[in-house]
Design a protein. Structure first.
Length: 347
């Protein structure tokens, strides 16, 4: 059996052009399929003409995995023949069959990212992206160096190859039209991490040297990101959105003072004067009592004398306010002291 591309089935309009000897060979075609022994022969679908001497009878396929496919049996009969013979048996995909995609050569199936470790990928035959090394590439930097030293690589990239690469890089993830570039504060061409490449492409492309950005990737000079070398954080970055609340701060608020009435002031003054007079009288009586005690008791202890001295000093202070009574008391006290010293001294 052989399989060909998908076919469509048309029978009714062509029945008039098919010779009866070919159109009546449906039973012969089914028997040929039964003799094949593959099984899966379904209902009869019709017949189509191939030419004046051949026609194809079709049967639905009931084989697992071949849904929508058709058995095709080609029968033939010369012009003067009275019966047909089987020429070919094939299983073909019908209009609704699930088939594999069209064949694509391997060098056209390769996509970026397909190359893995250990894989070998050679360029296509007569690849337009490459030219022999002895032919000028059109890149002044490359041609000048190769000419000076008299050497050159076996193949160098052509002008077409450079233009293709430039277009891919421009339209890629690190081109000027990406969302990252549109939101960047500046461009790669003005960044300190930008490493221009050599050759004619250096005017528009370079390599990023920032490990936190597009590190190691070819970037367009108009590309940019937030990790630009001139990026500065806005003033106050990291500060809270609202003013902090200092729970250690104290607010001192002065309490209102009630006004003092004049009558209350007068009453207070009178009370103070009466208090001073009472204290003065009590002090005088205390001084007189102390003097009498010192006259009658000669062997007073040192602490008592010290106390008496303090009381005498207090008496003198009171005497300043009441001059006459205090002065009389002081004179009598002096006379008594003189008499005691005279009696105590030896005769």
């Amino acid at each position: 059996m052989r399989q060909t591309e998908c076919v469509s089935f048309v029978s009714s309009p062509e029945l008039d052009s098919i010779r009866p000897v070919l159109a009546d060979a449906a039973d012969l075609a089914r028997q040929a399929l039964l003799d094949l022994g593959e099984g899966g022969i379904g209902e009869y679908l019709g017949v189509t003409a191939e030419d004046a001497s051949a026609a194809t009878h079709r049967f639905a396929s009931d084989l697992e995995g071949y849904r929508g496919w058709q058995w095709a049996v080609v029968v033939a009969a010369p012009e003067d023949a009275d019966h047909a013979t089987v020429s070919e048996l094939v299983l073909l995909p019908g209009p609704d069959a699930l088939v594999a995609p069209s064949w694509v050569p391997w060098d056209e199936r390769i996509r970026p990212g397909d190359l893995g470790p250990g894989d070998l990928l050679s360029p296509r035959q007569d690849d337009p992206r490459l030219v022999p090394g002895y032919v000028e590439s059109g890149d002044p930097a490359v041609d000048e160096v190769a000419g000076e030293i008299g050497l050159g690589r076996t193949k160098v990239i052509s002008l077409e190859g450079r233009l293709d690469a430039a277009q891919r890089w421009h339209d890629g993830d690190f081109g000027p039209d990406t969302e990252m570039a549109k939101a960047a504060p500046s461009t790669c061409g003005l960044c300190g991490f930008y490493l221009p490449i050599a050759g004619s492409l250096s005017a528009a492309f370079g390599v990023c040297g920032n490990e936190f950005a597009a590190d190691g990737h070819v970037v367009h000079a108009e590309y940019g990101c937030g990790a630009h070398s001139d990026t500065e954080l806005p003033t106050g970055a990291g500060s809270p959105q609202f003013e902090p609340y200092d729970d250690a701060a104290l607010d001192v608020i002065a309490s209102p003072v009630a006004p003092v009435e004049p009558a209350a002031v007068t009453e207070t003054s009178d009370t103070a004067e009466n208090t001073d007079t009472a204290e003065a009288v009590e002090t005088v009586d205390s001084v007189e009592t102390t003097d009498t005690a010192e006259t009658t008791e000669e062997a007073s202890a040192a602490p008592e004398e010290s106390a008496a001295s303090e009381e005498s000093a207090a008496a003198e202070v009171v005497a300043a306010d009441h001059a006459e009574p205090v002065a009389d008391d002081a004179s009598s006290t002096t006379d008594v002291a003189a008499q005691e010293e005279a009696s105590a001294s030896p005769s």
